[in-house]
Design a protein around this ligand. Sequence first.
Ligand SMILES: CC(C)(COP(=O)(O)OP(=O)(O)OC[C@H]1O[C@@H](n2cnc3c(N)ncnc32)[C@H](O)[C@@H]1OP(=O)(O)O)[C@@H](O)C(=O)NCCC(=O)NCCS
Length: 327
Amino acid sequence: MDVIRLNSGTDPVYQLFCEYAESECIYRRLERAEFEERFFATVEGYEKVFLCAENAGAAAGIAAGCIKLGGDVSYVTALLVAREYRGMGLGSALLSALEAAMKTPDTKKYEFSFYNPQSLPWIVPGTPRHDHPGYPGMDMHGDGYIFMKNAGYRDYAYQNAYYHKLDGYVTPPDITEKEFSAAKLGYSVTYYDKDRHYGVAECMDAIGSPGFKSAVMNNVCSENAPPLIVAELADPDGAHARMVGFTGPVFVQPSGRGYLAGLGVHPDHRGHGLGKLLFCRLCRALKDEGADFMTLFTGETNPARNIYEAAGMHVARCFSCMRKAIK
Ligand SMILES: CC(C)(COP(=O)(O)OP(=O)(O)OC[C@H]1O[C@@H](n2cnc3c(N)ncnc32)[C@H](O)[C@@H]1OP(=O)(O)O)[C@@H](O)C(=O)NCCC(=O)NCCS
């Protein structure tokens, strides 16, 4: 058996991936071009690695990951061994070969986590092929979880993936009361209006997520961007308002999934119900736009889970962010 590095997909490796996607694993099957794009196309700042264990021209297993160039971390993306080759040490051999191929003089750790830019889409089990765009960690219900633990990877955070079928969405009964209490303090939730709202960058800096900031800044700077939902604190004159929170934008993906770039409230304005008001407004707007479902993930201990659960979402899958330090 030879383990070789591939620079583009071959039919046997593509077929192996497709055979196990959506059966034993929850990866969504990829079209051939998408497979090529995910596993081999260049992503700035990263180097992708794809290994194949070959036996007489057949693909017995694959291992894929990527190196963060100039960083101290390399990411494991996928590891798969064909059923007839299991129990022979091939999975461990492929993982070791992948780690060796992803080790640079700077590498200090390997991770299976949502920071991996090569993350694969997956199907939420028990749904009509409703998918989520990225893996937030190792699927804790799959065989891979224990395998990775035995290979020296340790949990460092847990992520819950939430699912919501939007056709049954109804605004929770306490929302009207929360709107009323927030309004007494000058807060309300509305659509972003460039002639009314100020303080966008300041709000995003205070929330502190670079990913959220770039999504929101790109949205407000673009003419044709889908509408962004914001929480505002009105000025005394009523004509202008400070932006103090955001969610959205309101956009339905071709799969029927209601998109979500993020949810955040400025730390000085938390605890007034704005997180809940923003998210419930988004669910309603997405439903009205024809979205079938929503998926998102958040940390096990993130208080945002209160907001998602109150809106009717449930935990569909748990993922572990795993890490192995190089000794
Ligand atoms: C999560 C976040 C949006 C909440 O904003 P908020 O305006 O304070 O939220 P709300 O006031 O609407 O609170 C909603 C519920 O969560 C609870 N909650 C909010 N923060 C909490 C905390 N730190 N600890 C425990 N519970 C909390 C509230 O008690 C409330 O429950 P209730 O309606 O039953 O009283 C805000 O903390 C934030 O922006 N965090 C950083 C960004 C982030 O993590 N976003 C989520 C990414 S998935």
